[in-house]
Write a protein that binds this ligand. Structure first.
Ligand code: C5P
Length: 243
């Protein structure tokens, strides 16, 4: 029997770097909230997926209202977020069934493709993989710099002598990150550590072997107003192409 597919969509951040009045996951992108676009990408890829949406406590009524009044009928379990992303995921795990494959995805990565999602679940179904993480190679040259003060006391960036990064070995980790439910539960039973910046780092600390696949340039995390402007352009091209 095939394992159940679960999406945990983390959308409980405040999104301060975007500088908007509402958290970035609720901003409109091509006429729909970012979070709706994110969830729809998974539902299109895997119509049988169960969705667990993690939200800021104060925005739960808003999201329920939005879904009701805009005919967004995807069945979701709504969970209150925690103080960090780690705590938000941990809250969601209480609702994850046994023997399932779980994709954890940032609510602010709405441009993930159906083919990436479908392909990753298929790889997990082979049964040989414990955790699957999409990564993209670095295209920029990387510099190690120190923040120092100049003679006038202003903070400047200065070269860190002798430190060089071999770009060919550095990759950016994206989401969705896929795990077996039992591994995820074991990983998230650990105490929080500030080094846990994604689910892969939590799993790695528990000794769960990680596998990697090619991520996608368009699957970037909406962080700044420039990211949102870029996403608008991509969505308008995509929407025109399907018309
Ligand atoms: O802050 P950052 O951009 O790294 O957040 C990545 C994702 O994790 C976002 O979708 C955000 O809403 C979510 N998050 C969360 N709970 C938190 C902090 C962030 O679900 N406490």
């Amino acid at each position: 029997m095939k394992a159940k597919k679960i999406l945990v969509v983390t959308a409980a951040g405040s999104g301060v770097r975007m500088g908007a009045a509402v958290p970035k996951q609720f901003l409109e992108l091509g006429g729909k909230p970012v979070l709706r676009r994110t969830i729809e990408a998974f539902v299109r890829a895997c119509p049988d997926i169960k969705v667990i949406t993690v939200l800021p406590k104060d925005h739960i009524p808003f999201w329920k209202d939005y879904c009701r009044h805009n005919e967004f009928y995807c069945p979701q379990t709504i969970v209150t977020g925690g103080i960090t992303r780690f705590h938000s995921v941990r809250n969601a795990l209480a609702h994850v069934p046994e023997d399932s494959v779980v994709a954890i995805h940032d609510g602010v990565r709405p441009l993930v493709s159906e083919s990436l999602v479908r392909g990753m679940f298929e790889k997990m179904e082979s049964g040989r993989i414990r955790a699957l993480i999409p990564v993209v190679p670095m295209v920029d040259t990387l510099k190690v710099l120190d923040r120092v003060r100049d003679d006038l006391g202003n903070e400047i960036l200065a070269e860190s002598v002798g430190e060089r990064v071999d770009r060919s070995r550095i990759f950016g980790a994206q989401t969705p990150q896929l795990f077996r439910a039992e591994d995820l539960r074991a990983a998230y039973s650990q105490a929080f550590d500030v080094a846990f910046t994604d689910d892969a780092s939590v799993a790695m600390a528990k000794g769960i072997p990680l596998s990697f696949c090619e991520g996608e340039r368009y699957n970037f995390k909406l962080t700044t107003p420039e990211d949102l402007a870029l996403a608008e352009m991509i969505v308008s091209c995509q929407d025109r192409a399907v018309r």
